[in-house]
Ligand binder design. Sequence first.
Ligand SMILES: [Zn+2]
Ligand SMILES: [Zn+2]
Length: 371
Amino acid sequence: MSEKRDYYQVLGVSRQADASELKRAYRKLALELHPDRNPGDKESEVRFKEASEAYQVLSDPEKRALYDRYGHEGPRGGGFGGGFGSVSDIFSAFSDIFGDMFGGGFAGGPGHGAGRGSDLETQVQLTLAEVTTGATKEIRVQRRAVCQDCAGSGAAQGSSREACPQCRGRGQVVHAQGFLRISTTCPLCRGEGSVVRKPCPSCSGSGLRVVEESLQIGVPQGVEDGSTLRLAGRGEGVLGGGRPGNLYVHIRVADDPRFERDGADLHTEVAVSFPQAALGTTVKSQSLEGEVDVELAPGTQPGATVVLRGQGLPRLQERGRGDLIVHLKLVVPSSLSREQEEALRAFAAAGGEKVEPPSEKRGLFGRRKKN
Ligand SMILES: [Zn+2]
Ligand SMILES: [Zn+2]
């Protein structure tokens, strides 16, 4: 026969109490019986555990129904798991209640789940040629990693961490201010609950070491400026068994004065003269692989484009390449030799066109200089 008190009686509620009534009753008791408010008081600690166990069962509708039917022994006489071993188990089980009880002071107390390490960022610069072929780039990163020599404990070989003498392993200390009891992170162990007596020489007892790593990263061909590669687990390490963060590598593609990029397509400009455009010919254009021929049809207009299929950049994660789009820029000579001028006037005359020199007085572009 169990000597346990009835759970409803422990919490001081009726058997019909609803979830919010239960929570309110437990909160009130927990505040009153909290170990930090009653340091060294064994009885309060026992009652605190008892109340926590009662709340754990009654706040779970399934367990509550079984308790209502079978009592403390549960349906198969196995009971409800025997309550809590330690106070910190209670904090983690009811972190929603303790989290807001003292302004969050307990949410991160000892025994809480380890977090994930911070993410790191770095940048790598590529040329367009490297985007074309894909590249392996070396990057160097400084990051904190769990110390190999002490496996993150911070304690020298042959020694181990010990419970913090100031907070007795709780990670929190309580200051009394009149009626107020304020709980703060223990200054000695900084909330860890344990301290190192003999620090590990490799990490000076911190458990983490700054390491400089050199990583070879494969940048896929066709990658865009501003895109980001994620290297999982290459960020900052973290103590307590948490996963390290990620390393984000931002890709920068250096500007190439010869080309303007639009995804996998490249744009470039080629100057053509009036006779070339009018008569049609073959001109040279820059491409990623050197010079290529561009065919101009007779009568090519200024600003016309010639598309060279497959001469652009590789498509990211796809087959094939984009296009090279050659913009033809008609260049008008800024000065003419006497011979050229005569030929041009003859050309105009042959087309029935009379080209007068600019007017001295009403010139649109101001007065002509007199030589
Ligand atoms: Zn170490
Ligand atoms: Zn401490």
